[in-house]
Design a protein around this ligand. Structure first.
Ligand code: MN
Length: 500
């Protein structure tokens, strides 16, 4: 569904005419070599396109304009091999709308101790050339990522790769459409938000359809398609006995498959990248979509329950960023705590809708009553989630700005079986510890809904928020509550003063 190799970042090297033909020829050769290496680095999931060295105000303006309108260009990587007087960059940077990564590197890794002379010094000037460039971006108050190190260093490639993934998520949001079936869960606050501001800030639009529009599409699904999908279910999952063909609840499995087929068609026809539903508005739907939401998420759609469009969009962006990485991303909710003093942890789950990409092993496909909403028993995938490093991310609307929170967590293998729990579940320990992690999250106004990721890190989301120009708050190993409260207070002032 998402192919990152169709996307590209442009590698732009800055210089000036002062150096003369010979030096500029060398600059171009070196730039080509670096761009080629970045392009083939397995850490960087997108294409890196070499662009000829820019040496004047006009050339810089032209390449920025070109980057803005190039459909597949998701960002620009800039490097000053030599000195490039930065007043030349003002008009270009002022119009640049694509994310920028400043690669502070040098063609030669080492100083050639025995051979170094003034020619070498005049060619290899990034140590000061990049400072001049950095000043201009800071002077323009530009958000960007600075990556420092030799271009063949694996660490450097990792940093660029993380930025490229964030840029892919950002690019995917531009012009994206998300559909809500029904409105928000009644009276809930944190899932609300300003959809106009979100479209201005994030580039995606959110619009509502009455659930009847979806019901219509579901009712048109053919019996043969339902049979085919039920066969797929029985191959991919451990189907509980009552759901199997000829058994008492097989008709419920068919109903679930029908819902998935109708929903999928609705999303495809409307060119939507994700959706929300709400158990309070299911008129005409026999079941709350369970397995349908779980499988659509697994195919890359964003989803969140109870009308939570901010989380649905975030799930989609994070799935895009994580394309090709091992592990999954899912809508999640902090559900229940384990407060054993020696082993405190959170149980994350939802009523039904945890993405199958998180499953540790083959999920079982089961049917159970829904304890809320008064609908028929719903089919869902039930599974455990493997241990390992993970993050929870949440976007909240602070009224005058959006805040994205990340909590780094450690997922734990369930210490015991949970035979009666009829939903997919994850157990994790928040960093720096349960008390601090949860207190910080609550102080920052973080939602109960999140996107849980096994394969993205705080770095991806920090880069992403920098592209979006929104507040980023991280709760991790070094979080200290006193400093954290200060950070929130200081950020309040910053975002109050920086209203655009
Ligand atoms: Mn919920």
């Amino acid at each position: 569904m998402i192919n990152l190799k169709n996307l590209e970042a442009w590698f732009i090297t800055g210089s000036q005419h002062l150096y003369g033909e010979e030096t500029l020829k060398k600059v171009a050769e070196h730039s080509v070599a670096i761009a080629k290496a970045l392009n083939s680095a397995q850490q960087i999931p997108i294409k890196i396109i070499f662009k000829p060295t820019v040496k004047s105000t006009e050339e810089i303006h032209a390449v920025c304009q070109e980057a803005n309108s190039a459909k597949n260009c998701i960002g620009v990587i800039a490097w000053m091999h030599t000195f490039s007087p930065a007043k030349m960059w003002i008009t270009g940077l002022k119009i640049l709308q694509k994310p920028l990564l400043h690669l502070h590197t040098q063609f030669n890794r080492d100083i050639p101790w025995k051979d170094i002379d003034m020619d070498f010094m005049n060619l290899n000037q990034s140590a000061h050339g990049d400072r001049e460039f950095g000043f201009m971006m800071t002077r323009l108050r530009m958000k960007r990522k600075v990556v420092v190190g030799h271009w063949q260093d694996g660490e450097v490639l990792e940093r660029i790769g993380a930025w490229a993934r964030a840029a892919a998520g950002w690019h995917d949001w531009q012009g994206a459409k998300f559909v809500r079936f029904g409105d928000n869960m009644r009276y809930v606050a944190v899932t609300e938000g300003d959809k106009v501001e979100a479209e201005l800030k994030f580039g995606y639009s959110v619009n509502t359809h009455g659930v009847g529009d979806l019901v219509k599409m579901i009712s048109d699904v053919r019996e043969t398609a339902i049979t085919k999908l039920c066969d797929q279910y029985s191959q991919q999952y451990k189907l509980t006995t009552s759901l199997r063909k000829g058994n008492s609840q097989h008709s419920s499995l068919r109903e679930a498959a029908k819902i998935e087929l109708g929903l999928r068609k609705f999303l495809q026809q409307g060119n939507y990248k994700g959706f929300t539903d709400t158990f309070e508005d299911l008129h005409g739907l026999v079941q709350l979509p369970g397995i349908a939401a779980q499988r659509l998420m697994n195919d890359g759609y964003g989803f969140a329950a109870e009308g939570d469009w901010k989380t649905a969009a975030l799930v989609r962006a994070m799935k895009t960023m994580a394309t090709g990485l091992k592990g999954g991303n899912s809508f999640m909710e902090d559900y229940t705590y384990h407060f054993d003093p020696k082993n405190k942890m959170v149980l994350g789950a939802h009523m039904l809708e945890i993405c199958a990409s998180l499953a540790d092993g083959k999920p079982s496909c089961e049917i159970h009553p829904l304890s809320i909403g008064g609908k028929a028993d719903a089919v869902r995938l039930v599974f455990d989630v493997a241990a390992g490093a993970a993050i929870n991310a949440s976007i909240v609307d602070m009224g005058n700005h959006f805040r994205l929170l990340v909590n780094e967590v450690q997922a734990i293998k369930p210490p015991q079986d949970l035979p009666k729990l009829p939903v997919a579940r994850v157990l994790w320990k928040p960093y720096p510890d349960m008390q601090t992690g949860c207190a910080a999250w609550i102080l920052a106004g973080g939602a109960h809904h999140t996107c849980y990721s096994q394969n993205l890190t705080a770095e991806h989301l920090e880069d992403f928020t920098s592209m979006a120009g929104i507040e980023y708050v991280r709760i991790g190993k070094n979080t200290d509550l006193h400093q954290f409260k200060n950070e929130l207070r200081w950020n309040e002032v910053y975002y109050q003063l920086n209203q655009k």
